[in-house]
Design a protein around this ligand. Structure first.
Ligand SMILES: Cc1cc2nc3c(=O)[nH]c(=O)nc-3n(C[C@H](O)[C@H](O)[C@H](O)COP(=O)(O)O)c2cc1C
Length: 350
């Protein structure tokens, strides 16, 4: 049996697969189905107290696109190149109801060595601190705060906030750190020119772990209707996001140090992708699109396939963390490949 356990500070996960927050994790049934996949943890759908954010859920719309921008059916069997483009909102239940459900699910999870993680998306900082205290009082063992939701600029005023300034990230984290003592994971935007700098700011503010990184805002023109698909800009992510996330994981690792736990999100679709994220510096990986588009079976497959990968290649999961990140060499001439550039230009241009 390969050793798939990973540590994120004081938290030990049985394996590095985490089902990320999203609309599949918005009911007690969804949280139970997530745990049944064998994933190390499930992040519950986020809430805040903004009425605008709740209303926004009713305006949610999504489309799956292949890599040639053609819509593909939403039949829970997506092609490997499927990208998810769309817009979403936040949980509509009164916070006390959802917090109680998430806490109950986390109690169940504890019995099987798993976790259900409570999640807040930032709107108002004082309110977020209050919600964090309520999560802790309800018995939740890990809290995630997303301060980088991609829709921050498009959403209705006051609905959600996307923080791109290190000073704000440090201050917000510090305030939440003062509010609760349970492990606090900060989820960052990918739409920053210095994601690694934001990771450092969250560490300095007292985060126990940092999640790199949110999806990107996009506009997809439809050549038939000549209108934007879904009528608006929206968030996008695809298998290609993995490489961008991995690069920021590696940069963040350099900045925050090898001992500070990072988590990866944005681009993982399979067990091998989980390994890729670990090699880039993540200690665990949050998968959302794979489950939204492919059903909970996609997470169960990722757990199995990661297991199979470790069994085939050897070693323990925790030993993979950062291996590829730390083997990067500079852009100088590679001794075994001098003048290699000629192979990449047409013969006429050499
Ligand atoms: C429909 C949808 C809803 C989401 N809702 C939330 C949310 O409520 N809170 C949150 O922190 N992230 C949310 N996310 C972001 C995901 O948790 C995840 O970080 C992101 O989609 C990138 O990972 P992926 O490539 O595995 O999808 C949502 C993503 C999608 C696609």
């Amino acid at each position: 049996m390969p050793d798939t356990a990973v540590d994120i500070g004081v938290v030990r996960l049985a394996n590095p697969v985490i089902i990320g927050s999203g609309d599949h994790a918005m009911t007690a049934g969804g949280l139970r189905a997530g745990l049944a996949t064998g994933a190390g943890a499930v992040v519950a759908k986020s809430l805040n107290e903004s009425e605008a954010a709740k209303r926004q859920l009713d305006g949610s719309d999504h489309v799956l696109l292949d890599s040639l921008w053609r819509p593909v059916p939403w039949d829970f069997d997506p092609p490997a190149d499927a990208m998810l483009f769309g817009r979403s909102g936040l949980h509509q239940a009164p916070p006390e109801d959802w917090i109680a459900e998430v806490a109950a699910a986390d109690r169940d999870a504890a019995r099987s060595g798993q976790y259900v993680i409570g999640s807040i998306i930032l709107a108002d900082l004082d309110t977020a601190c209050g919600l964090a205290r309520r999560y802790q009082a309800a018995g939740i063992r890990i809290l995630e705060l997303n301060i980088g939701a991609p829709h921050g600029d498009e959403a209705a005023p006051g609905a959600i906030v996307q923080e791109r300034a290190a000073t704000r990230v440090r201050e917000i984290t510090r305030r939440l750190r003062e509010a609760v003592t349970i492990p606090l994971w900060i989820k960052l935007t990918g739409q920053s020119e210095d994601v690694a700098g934001l990771a450092l700011a969250a560490k300095e503010g007292g985060a126990d772990a940092v999640i790199v990184m949110g999806r990107f805002m996009a506009l997809v023109p439809d050549v038939e209707t000549r209108a934007p698909m879904l009528g608006t800009a929206g968030a996008i992510g695809g298998p290609w996001s993995l490489a961008l996330t991995c690069r920021w994981l590696a940069q963040s690792r350099r900045k925050v140090g090898r001992d500070f736990p990072l988590l990866g999100t944005n681009g993982a679709r399979s067990g091998l992708d989980v390994a890729r994220f670990l090699l880039a510096g993540a200690s665990a990986v949050e998968m959302t699109t794979a489950v939204m588009a492919g059903g909970f079976g996609a997470a169960a497959r990722a757990v199995r396939d990661f297991d199979g990968y470790l069994a085939r290649t050897g070693g323990a999961a925790r030993d993979l963390v950062g291996l590829a990140a730390d083997r990067q060499v500079g852009y100088g001439v590679q001794p075994d490949r001098p003048g290699y550039w000629r192979d990449f230009v047409p013969a006429e241009s050499r």
